[in-house]
Design a protein around this ligand. Structure first.
Ligand SMILES: NC(=O)C1=CN([C@@H]2O[C@H](COP(=O)(O)OP(=O)(O)OC[C@H]3O[C@@H](n4cnc5c(N)ncnc54)[C@H](OP(=O)(O)O)[C@@H]3O)[C@@H](O)[C@H]2O)C=CC1
Ligand SMILES: O=C(O)C1=N[C@H](C(=O)O)C[C@H](O)C1
Length: 268
């Protein structure tokens, strides 16, 4: 069996460390590189030192050095970092698993363009549970298409920098698609002051940030006399790391193309 040679971007980050541990524990993967931002304290240190099991892989800021031995890059960083890595990976045929959230339309278009040169899985949430929840939401949205107000509530840790979460936005898109609406037309991201009555076609978002919440998402379908809540709660980031490794396995025999976790998990 060929071991997948995987590099990790954002190696010192919350997800970066979780991914390094997951690669270390996987029978079919080898840590082949690690990237982080120039000038940060981890540069030059062993990427797996925090596990007490050095891997002989230094954290690099130079992409040519950090990706010299890599077939895959798993990237959970920030949009500007991912887009820099994307250009290099597309030029060198390195497959990407992108978990970063917070891209604007131009960033998403750049990822789609790069997927003509290399194979990419791009998803705001790599957990099996969230991706199955997306299917439940599609079914629920069709059933509750009239008479039910739809609100998406998400909660994350105090360090999260983007809002609403990429997962919440994706849930909104899935629901809007199922209802034949365009999320851009119906999303309400904030309410304050005299807002007027709720537009029945709108999809509302509410964001909570606090403590060490890993990631909670609830979609509320509120009708007259009843309400339905579909909730997913992450208790550990390990599910995102394991999903990322499934995505790498899925890309093994693909050279180009843009995929998401629905493709990886056979849920489409
Ligand atoms: N798809 C999914 O399943 C999941 C997605 N995420 C997303 O992953 C991303 C990272 O989350 P998390 O690990 O919690 O964040 P962290 O802030 O803990 O880690 C981010 C890492 O990326 C590095 N980084 C920051 N800016 C750049 C840049 N411009 N270029 C290269 N590297 C950079 C950081 O370095 P430094 O510390 O030096 O700034 C850090 O090492 C977020 O967008 C989050 O929403 C998170 C969990 C699951
Ligand atoms: O930043 C996080 O932590 C998470 N981000 C992703 C998102 O924005 O949806 C996925 C998960 O909820 C954790």
């Amino acid at each position: 069996m060929n071991s997948m040679k995987i590099a990790i971007a954002g190696a010192s980050g919350r997800m970066g460390r979780m991914l390094i541990e997951a690669v270390h524990n996987a029978d079919d993967a080898t840590l082949a590189g690690a990237l982080d931002v120039a000038g940060t304290s981890g540069i030059g240190t062993d990427a797996a030192a925090f596990l007490g099991k050095p891997a002989g892989v230094p954290i690099e800021s130079d992409l040519a050095k950090g990706l010299a031995n890599a077939e895959f890059l798993i990237d959970f960083t920030r949009p500007e970092g991912t887009l820099t890595h994307l250009e290099y990976c597309a030029a060198h045929g390195i497959k990407m698993i992108i978990g970063t959230t917070g891209f604007d339309e131009a960033g998403k278009a750049a990822i789609a363009a790069a997927a003509q040169k290399t194979a990419i899985v791009f998803a705001p949430n790599m957990s099996v549970g969230v991706n199955v929840t997306m299917k439940l939401l599609e079914m629920a949205a069709k059933s509750f298409s009239h008479g039910y107000d739809i609100e998406i509530i998400e909660a994350h840790h105090r360090h999260k920098v983007d809002a609403p979460s990429g997962t919440a936005i994706k849930m909104g898109e899935v629901i809007a698609d199922a209802l034949g609406r365009d999320l851009k037309d119906v999303a309400v991201y904030a309410r304050e002051g005299v807002t007027g009555e709720r537009d029945p076609s709108s999809i509302g978002f509410a964001t909570i940030r606090g403590g060490d919440i890993v990631g909670d998402h609830t979609v509320l379908f509120a009708g007259i006399g009843e309400r339905i809540e579909i909730t997913h709660k992450s208790a550990s980031r390990v599910t995102y790391a394991h999903g990322s490794l499934r995505a790498a396995r899925f890309l093994q025999d693909r050279k180009t193309g843009l995929y998401d976790m629905q493709d990886v998990l056979g849920l489409r």
